[in-house]
Design a protein around this ligand. Structure first.
Ligand code: COA
Ligand code: ZN
Length: 333
């Protein structure tokens, strides 16, 4: 795979739907994920296994995971907050568990109802459980030959700023990255939960984290709350990052972060990459068609721009008045 390629992890089924006030029926969630599976994504965050009281919109995660049609080569990720979430996600067949805690103590308490240290202690238990499950799967593998290991990803939320505490020290984020790595996670995500990051800050932190993990193991998760989402992607990309979360239609947001709004919009990101000559492997016309159906599903307009404007190559006929007055093509000399 080209080193310039940008990997998009689609998070609309999780981050996108978790904040929607209308209930999206399980059938619709399954259909959304199945369509995304055919759009060229290698990774889809398909749901979360959190308290149904905290996030009622995703309370059907187990059924969703059991009913989706798994495309070969696609990793279906589940967000989890604790050991119970890990047990439920493993039972449901998630390929990867995304552990989430916040760099901000206040946001961790608001979002997860515990301190950051308590989250990390819970994740140590999750890491032990996953290692045991993988060990059993490896034994099974020698018999049936098809089971693959469940992987762990560690997310640091509010890594670029917190709506309660304001600025977050980079060293605090790096300390959490190190603690995740000590647990044996295979990937790290830096999340800008409420769109407080700016491009220079992003480049600085990405460079520091890339001293610890390879680019293929680092994901950036931006929200476009202050309009800087794609600028931050570009800054991270230029600093060496290659993996990004994004949500169809720019859906999403954390219900426990005041002022939260949508993720960067997948089709807008893919469009930017196509215009810049950066490969993503994602079917942009299909994404645009899917995004245009979201208002019917959710009952409201979405933040995506390209689905409204069309691609650069979607040209319009010139007004008749201009065509009529256009100078005739000179005859060849
Ligand atoms: N899945 C399902 N149920 C869970 C659960 C999980 N992962 N973890 C806890 N619960 C249940 C408990 O069994 C208990 O149920 P009961 O009331 O029927 O006995 C209830 O939730 C409360 O459990 P408790 O351990 O006291 O947790 P809490 O109320 O302090 O909540 C979290 C802690 C982490 C479970 C909750 O804050 C949460 O799910 N947060 C996630 C928020 C989120 O997804 N944010 C957006 C993504 S970043
Ligand atoms: Zn998010």
């Amino acid at each position: 795979m080209s080193a310039d390629r940008l990997i998009v992890q689609e998070v609309a089924p999780r981050d996108g739907l978790q904040i929607e006030p209308v209930w999206v029926p399980t059938d619709e969630k399954v259909s959304l994920i199945n369509q995304l599976s055919g759009a060229g994504f290698s990774r889809i965050e398909a749901g979360s296994f959190v308290s149904p009281k905290a996030i009622p919109a995703l309370r059907d995660g187990a059924e969703v995971f059991s009913r989706i049609r798994r495309a070969p080569g696609v990793i279906y990720v589940a967000l989890i907050p604790n050991l119970k979430g890990a047990q439920r996600a493993l039972e449901a067949g998630a390929d990867e568990l995304n552990l989430v805690l916040s760099a901000s103590q206040t946001h961790n308490r608001a979002n997860m109802g515990m301190s950051g240290d308590d989250s990390m202690t819970a994740f140590a238990a999750v890491a032990s459980l996953t290692a045991a499950v993988n060990h059993d799967a490896a034994s099974a593998c020698s018999i049936d030959g098809f089971r693959t290991a469940v992987t762990l990803n560690g997310t640091v939320a509010t890594a670029f700023g917190c709506p309660f505490e304001g600025a977050i020290a980079e060293d605090r984020v790096l300390k959490l990255v190190d603690r995740y790595l000590a647990l044996g996670v295979g990937g790290i995500t830096l999340a800008d939960t409420t769109g407080m990051a700016n491009p220079r800050q992003v480049a600085r932190l990405v460079r520091r984290v890339l001293e610890r993990v390879p680019a293929k193991a680092l994901t950036l998760h931006f929200h476009n709350t202050r309009g800087l989402g794609l600028a931050n992607v570009l800054a991270a990309y230029e600093a060496g990052a290659r993996r990004f979360d994004a949500a169809l239609g720019g859906l999403g947001g954390c219900p426990f972060a005041p002022g939260a709004s949508g993720n960067i919009c997948t089709e807008d990101l893919v469009n930017m990459c196509e215009e810049m000559g950066i490969a993503t492997g994602i079917d942009l016309p299909l994404l645009i068609a899917m995004s245009r159906r979201l208002p019917q599903l959710l009952g409201h307009d979405t933040a995506g721009q390209v689905a409204k404007a069309g691609r650069n190559c979607d040209l319009h006929p010139a007004p008749a008045s201009i065509s009529a007055t256009r100078p005739a093509v000179p005859a060849a000399a």
